[in-house]
Design a protein around this ligand. Structure first.
Ligand SMILES: NC(=O)c1ccc[n+]([C@@H]2O[C@H](COP(=O)([O-])OP(=O)(O)OC[C@H]3O[C@@H](n4cnc5c(N)ncnc54)[C@H](OP(=O)(O)O)[C@@H]3O)[C@@H](O)[C@H]2O)c1
Length: 345
């Protein structure tokens, strides 16, 4: 299995480099960089040590150009690139390799909704019908056959995993109020004043509240697939963590239910899926999933309202880990291959 990484010097690209270096079914990694081609791949991440040496193939351990990567005919392409650029840059691979796009370019099929969220038409609209939303625990059957996989955003992953089973069961009504806390790596590695240590340390704020964040559209359109009567207020917050995401979701119940009945709904929906960890009776913490591909979920019924709590590592289950999980499902590898079930202490 030959795997290309596009955008290797970005955060999701760097995590992909580490995950694929440890993946038992990936023989060759082709790391592409538009800014640092020709340099050793290990210079992007000295912490990776010698791990990628055995998988360097024709690249000889160096970052390569897009053109060189196309000529190497990869089986799978991971695109850790900015929205609105990604689909265009991936074009030479469509129809030849399986493309797993970590950007939003294929996540919203409705052109108008995409334009509302991203300010322009989707970049490759003709390919949208072929793409599958890569929320692994929900769409595995479609992912198995897909050649374009739209890897979900971190906020949507953490919000949707606790909500979808309950929405599908007809248990929710009215407005879903989701408040999300994100680590700073969620906004990428590119230098920005707002991401500087002095701006973010000892500091927390909400941003793009209610219905204004671009992930609002992605989350609501997925919820609508299971219950079109539900509405959403989604407010993200930046917290002074490098990595990690917590979402607290509050929504009214359509009918009375107990905490045990909710547990059974989740168990029926997720079965023995390895990366959803139900932790009833606790309040999940980001440190427990740091570095793992897990989403920990708990809930509390309080009268006619249910509170949902979910945590992920934004760079793993929220991005590169879920992308590898998508590859595993698509190519019939063990779903957990190359991925950690445990957070790092
Ligand atoms: N960070 C997260 O937690 C997270 C979670 C879910 C989804 N995502 C999505 O995943 C994608 C990558 O995110 P990221 O956090 O890794 O971003 P990032 O750290 O900013 O890295 C993006 C990389 O893309 C390449 N790039 C940038 N502009 C380019 C251009 N115009 N043409 C070609 N290559 C370009 C650069 O790598 P080279 O110079 O090496 O080419 C850059 O380092 C984004 O769409 C993001 O929204 C991120």
């Amino acid at each position: 299995m030959k795997a290309v990484i596009l955008g290797t010097t970005g955060y999701t690209g760097m995590i992909l480099l580490r995950l694929l270096a440890d993946h038992p079914d990936v023989d060759e990694i082709i790391p592409v960089s538009s800014s640092r081609f020709g340099q050793p791949a290990a210079s992007v991440d000295p912490g990776i040590g010698k791990a990628i040496e055995k998988k360097q193939g024709l690249c000889k351990g160096n970052l390569v150009t897009l053109e060189e990567a196309i000529a190497m005919k990869p089986d799978v392409v991971f695109a850790g690139l900015p929205h609105l650029e990604s689909a265009k840059i991936c074009q030479p691979f469509f129809g030849k390799s399986v493309v797993i796009d970590l950007s939003a370019d294929f996540r919203i099929k409705d052109h108008k909704l995409f334009a509302q969220a991203y300010g322009q038409e989707p970049p490759c609209p003709e390919l949208l019908p072929q793409s599958v939303y890569g929320l692994c625990e929900v769409y595995a059957d479609q992912i198995k056959k897909a050649d374009i996989i739209a890897n979900p955003g971190c906020y949507p992953t953490c919000t949707l995993l606790p909500v979808i089973p309950l929405a599908k069961a007809g248990l929710l009504k009215g407005k879903i109020v989701a408040n999300a806390l994100s680590g700073i790596s969620g906004s990428g590695r590119k230098a920005k004043v707002q991401s500087l240590f002095c701006e973010r340390t000892e500091n927390t704020c909400a941003y793009l509240p209610g219905q204004t964040h671009r992930h609002f559209t992605e989350i609501l359109s997925q919820i609508a697939t299971f219950d079109s009567g539900l509405d959403l207020f989604f407010t993200p917050h930046l917290v002074p963590l490098k990595r990690g995401m917590e979402v607290t979701t509050v929504v009214d119940l359509a009918k009375p239910v107990t905490n045990d009945e909710v547990l059974h709904i989740y168990q029926d929906f997720y079965g023995d899926r390895p990366f959803v960890n139900l932790v009833p009776g606790t309040l999940p913490e980001t440190k427990n999933v740091w570095g793992s591909n897990r989403c920990d979920i708990s809930w509390q019924v309080q009268g006619s309202t249910i509170l949902l709590f979910s945590v992920i590592d934004n760079l793993v289950k929220g991005a590169s880990g879920q992308a590898v999980q998508n590859m595993n499902i698509r190519f019939g590898f063990k779903e957990t291959a190359g991925l950690s079930l445990y957070g790092e202490l």
